[in-house]
Ligand binder design. Structure first.
Ligand code: ACO
Length: 323
């Protein structure tokens, strides 16, 4: 039996910071509307010429440094993204080249906003079977490339960024065996694809397509589906809310996070919230939140951390990680 232990965490936000007031200069919206409906105050957007793989490589390098290892020590790279640099090759392969991880195999996972939980689960399977020893699991998205900047109902919701974890597979005799990824739980229901999708084929460079979303319907589904994923992770590990040190939810909307907090009676102090600062960075929200909470000392070794997400597909999922 083997377990995937977290050895390092990293994150990267592009330098260009755009506040709600900045958005209000170019579209019919207000800071009040955005804060009241979403809790978002600002987001970071890519510079001209930057791509998802650039964000991912920056986050990966920070995670490698945090783990005190080099790219040569990595044998698996999984990138969760819905905004790949190209239809192919995988963005993970671009990241491999950018960080110089010559010994790794690399591929992408697309489960949109649930992508990081999916990628974590996939990497965990490789590490548990011993097919890989050290993995970089990255969530990276450049949502600004696919939002319709003429649609105020979606454009204000998203930001760009990337976050990364370094995981190492250890066996049952290792002193860190009680730490790491204890379980992951994945769900999807493709019947609801039309609630959140991109409206043209991404392969056409001239028409990359735009995000289309039935926000109210997504909102209604969110508490129910995320609730299902949280219940599953608690039951599977025979633990209760009180046993959890931190909840790291996907950051789509502060009202959804508050809804989960109320539904499960989770104190907001146990919720890691970044949506106010980053907005929704899709697959990057969870690793970015882990990075923020680990580097400011909230998440400590041995803490029990529950991750949960829901996004396009629809997809949803959860995980229990002992830091
Ligand atoms: N600024 C000002 N007014 C706006 C804006 C804006 N940016 N966007 C929409 N409005 C207007 C609408 O036109 C509408 O006006 P009307 O009443 O005159 O018709 C009014 O505000 C209300 O619009 P709704 O869309 O009904 O507003 P709602 O309260 O549902 O909030 C929101 C919209 C924030 C998108 C919400 O539905 C939501 O968060 N949904 C969750 C979906 C989500 O977060 N998706 C992200 C990806 S999926 C995921 O990650 C889970």
């Amino acid at each position: 039996m083997r377990r995937s232990v977290v050895r390092g965490v990293g994150g990267y936000l592009p330098p260009k910071r755009v506040t709600n007031a900045d958005l209000a200069k170019s579209m019919d919206t207000t800071d009040e509307w955005i804060v009241e409906r979403t809790g978002m105050k600002q987001r970071h957007l890519l510079a001209e010429g930057q791509n998802t793989s650039d964000l991912a490589a920056e986050a990966a390098n920070i995670a490698l440094k945090n783990a005190n290892i080099t790219a040569d020590d990595i044998d698996l790279i999984v990138v969760a993204t819905a905004t790949p640099d190209h239809p192919f090759p995988a963005t993970a392969a671009r990241v491999q080249a950018k960080i110089g991880a010559k010994k790794a195999f690399a591929f992408d996972v697309n489960a949109v906003c649930s992508g990081f939980v999916y990628a974590l689960s996939v990497a965990d399977q490789f590490l548990k079977t011993g097919q890989a020893t050290r993995a970089l699991v990255i969530g990276a998205d450049a949502m600004s490339k696919i939002v319709d900047w003429n649609d105020r109902g979606t454009a204000v919701l998203f930001g760009d960024g990337a976050g990364a974890l370094v995981l190492e597979g250890v066996d049952a005799t290792h002193p860190d065996f009680e730490r790491g990824v204890h379980s992951t739980h994945l769900f999807s229901d493709g019947c609801h694809y039309d609630l959140l999708y991109v409206d043209t084929i991404a392969a056409s460079a001239k028409q990359p397509g735009h995000v289309r979303m039935q926000g109210r319907e997504i909102f209604k589904s969110a508490i129910k589906l995320i609730g299902e994923a949280v219940e599953k992770v608690l039951a599977h590990n025979a633990i209760t809310i009180e046993d959890i040190d931190w909840f790291v939810p996907h950051q789509a909307n502060l009202r959804i996070i508050e809804g989960i907090s109320t539904h499960f009676n989770i104190p907001m102090e146990k919720m890691v919230v970044t949506v106010d600062q980053h907005s929704n960075t899709s697959a990057a929200t969870i690793p970015l939140a882990l990075w923020e909470a680990a580097r400011d000392g909230r998440i400590q070794p041995g803490h029990r951390v529950v991750l949960e997400a829901m996004g396009g597909g629809l997809t949803w999922g959860s995980a229990l990680v002992v830091w």
